[in-house]
Design a protein around this ligand. Structure first.
Ligand code: BES
Ligand code: ZN
Length: 641
């Protein structure tokens, strides 16, 4: 990973080696993977076998090394013959135990490797939920989350985004199952089969099982959830899903995966969404009954091209997945806004779409500024260095999303705007689909595409080094249309003037006039900017304590985005203690959501502004309901490990 790579013709396959995998994946090509597993809800394990059809790329390969983490290896066969010639090497954090299998000297270039295995109670990819703790309370539930490096705790694999395989997946369970492929008919009772003909990396393997029901949300989309909440889930997405797909297809090219389905998970799902192919997993906090968070679905859909077809070759280049996806998500949302404003005339509608997109640029920029302030600087560069054994879960933040987005937005403006940039999008995606690439290859394609179009000087003017390796904020600040943000800032200024005036007369504020016409993201921008400004002016707790009666809409909101920003504002400056209702209610809420975007800042807030003891005792009370990944991250945040 040196700068010399930049602007030099590079090999078509990334020479970058994934530092987060112990495997020797560079020595092999995976022709096919068969995953054949069964779920034991009694023992809380998944057991079964995986069969790899492999080609050795380098002659005289003497061993194959796979990633495992807390797995039990039961039996290994090479070309059908049992082999004892393997070693499960001692675990080293955070990358697990390499499984080193010796290959017979007589082995052909192409061979089959079969491994029988079982997960253990330490598995970090799976969460089993007792029947009583599910919404329907009719069946227990199981779901997986493999990104970034948890697939190795579900099955032995080359656990790197740098290598892909088509899959056949088969799972036996007493309850309905979904996996990340196209469902296939079977006659076997309690058995569910899926075929994934498009090669995917291990982190996109996914499994869920429980009392699942389904409803259509578009001509090629179905939503699944526990039976009880199904119709709300359907309502939330049915208006937008197909439109999203069509706008994305217009920007890139045809959706290749046939169906885009979504599964709404129990509350402990640790992310907003996860782009498992054919079956995006999503948090139930999206079901806000006002369609205000559908952009998460636009984001996961965009991953169908970016991440799932064109993939970062290692987690050091994670921004290639997420920055690009945020870029497309915002283009999709802008495109939908333009379509909805059609009656204004074509040009005006397009301008309106852009104005909406530019608003999301500001929201994104603010969250980038915030992240840079609080993060370990080494994780604020666009390309990470994970070679010292860093866990990608620790490096995870808004940086790859927002710095990545800003990088692309800047390149877009640099080459002359969306008209000029747009033809590059299908070019890039076609060139790298089914493959994994690094940042330097991405820059090469930019030159390859824009140089013949007379834009080389524009690209040369970009401070590549600063953007890619620089810590903190990027070298260029985005230029955007400020109109929608200005409405929020005006209200913030009014509050700040009021706070400075020492007046107690709040009659100048009025909920419906102040915030009645805000879009969902405008609420967020208003609350976050107010928090920032109140921090700088040390606002009095009397003012803060009046806020809930002035803005009952915020106080009553069940929308997670609003709830977390609102409580941050109150708890940071309201000087509440553990017995106050605001704090009690917020702590209770933290016990009901498992989405790390809300849970982690929530505990940090209690720790910093109420008390560390209270944060820890609240966490201890709810710990057992959280997903293993979330549990570990909160423990790190509260210095419990
Ligand atoms: N792929 C990510 C989630 C993820 C990232 C899981 C890294 C594990 C490791 C997903 O696409 C995502 O970005 N989700 C966001 C949605 C948002 C940006 C709209 C989330 O969960 O908040
Ligand atoms: Zn994403």
């Amino acid at each position: 990973m040196t700068l010399e790579y930049i602007n030099k013709k590079r090999p078509s396959v990334s020479p970058e080696l994934d530092p987060c995998s112990n495997s020797n994946y560079k020595d092999f090509q995976v022709l096919n993977t068969e995953l054949d597993i069964s779920v034991s809800f009694d023992k809380k394990i998944v057991l079964g076998q995986v069969t790899y059809k492999l080609t050795a790329k380098t002659p005289n390969t003497t061993s194959i090394v796979l990633d495992t983490s807390y797995l039990k290896i039961i039996k290994i066969r090479i070309n059908g013959l049992p082999s004892d010639n393997y070693e499960l090497v001692k675990r080293k954090e955070p990358f697990g135990s390499p499984l080193k299998i010796s290959l017979p000297t007589t082995i052909n270039k192409e061979f089959e490797l079969n491994i029988e295995f079982s997960t253990t109670d330490k598995c970090t990819a799976l969460q089993f939920i007792e029947k009583e703790a599910t919404d329907g309370q009719t069946a227990p539930y199981l779901f997986s989350q493999c990104q970034a490096i948890h697939a190795r705790s579900l099955f032995p694999c080359f656990d790197t985004p740098g290598i892909k395989s088509p899959y056949n997946m088969k799972v036996k369970s007493p309850y309905a199952c979904l996996m990340s492929g196209r469902p296939k008919e079977t006659n076997e009772e309690g058995v569910y089969c899926f075929h994934q003909p498009i090669p995917i990396p291990s982190y996109l393997v996914a499994l869920a099982s429980g009392d699942l029901a389904s409803a259509p949300i578009g001509p090629r989309s179905t939503v699944y959830s526990e039976r009880v909440g199904l119709s709300d889930c359907q309502w939330e997405f049915e208006k937008d899903m197909e439109n999203f797909i069509q706008v994305a297809e217009g920007l890139i090219f045809k959706y290749e995966w046939l169906k885009f389905d979504a599964l709404i998970l129990p509350l402990s799902f640790p992310y907003g969404g996860m782009e498992n192919p054919n079956i995006t997993f999503a948090t139930p906090t999206l079901i806000s009954k006002d369609r205000s968070q559908v952009k998460v679905m636009a984001h996961e859909l965009a991953h169908s091209w970016l991440g799932n077809l064109v993939t970062n070759c290692s987690w050091e280049h994670f921004w290639l997945n997420e920055g690009w996806t945020v870029y497309l998500e915002r283009r999709i949302i802008g495109g939908i806004a333009a379509a909805e404003a059609k009656s204004l005339g074509e040009k005006e509608a397009a301008q309106y779409g852009e104005k909406r997109r530019h608003f999301s640029v500001i929201v994104g920029w603010n969250s980038l500024v915030d992240s840079v302030k609080t993060l370990d600087p080494k994780y604020t560069s666009l390309v990470w260095n994970l070679k010292e054994g860093s866990d990608p879960d620790d490096a995870f933040s808004r940086i790859p999303y927002e710095k990545g987005f800003n990088f692309l937005f800047y390149i877009e403006q640099q080459v002359g705007g969306i008209k000029e940039f747009d033809p590059f999008i299908p070019y890039y995606f076609k060139k790298f689909r089914y493959e994994s690439l690094d940042t330097y290859q991405f820059i090469d394609v930019l030159y390859e595409f824009f140089e013949p179009r007379g834009k080389a000087a524009k690209l040369d003017a970009i401070d590549w080094k600063g953007w890619i390796f620089g810590e903190g904020l990027p070298p260029n600040i985005p230029q955007f249309d400020p109109s929608l943000a200005d409405e929020c800032y005006r209200l913030v200024d009014k509050w700040v003037d009021f706070a400075k005036s020492n007046s107690t007369d709040i009659s100048g504020f009025n909920e419906s006039r102040d915030i009645g016409n805000f879009e969902p993201d405008q609420h967020k921008l208003f609350l976050e900017s107010l928090t920032e400004k109140f921090g700088a002016y040390s606002v009095s707790e009397q003012i803060i304590r009046k806020l809930p009666s002035i803005y009952p809409f915020y106080a009553a909101s069940t929308n997670g985005e609003i709830k977390s920003s609102w409580n941050e504002l109150l708890i940071r400056f309201g000087n509440y203690n553990t017995t106050d209702q605001i704090v009690q209610d917020f702590a209770m809420w933290l016990g009901t959501v498992g989405r790390m975007k809300f849970v982690r800042p929530g505990y940090k807030l209690l720790q910093a502004y109420v008390s560390k003891e209270f944060a820890i005792s609240t966490f201890t009370k709810f710990e057992s309901s959280y997903h293993p990944i979330c549990k570990t991250m909160v423990k790190k945040d509260l210095s419990l490990i």
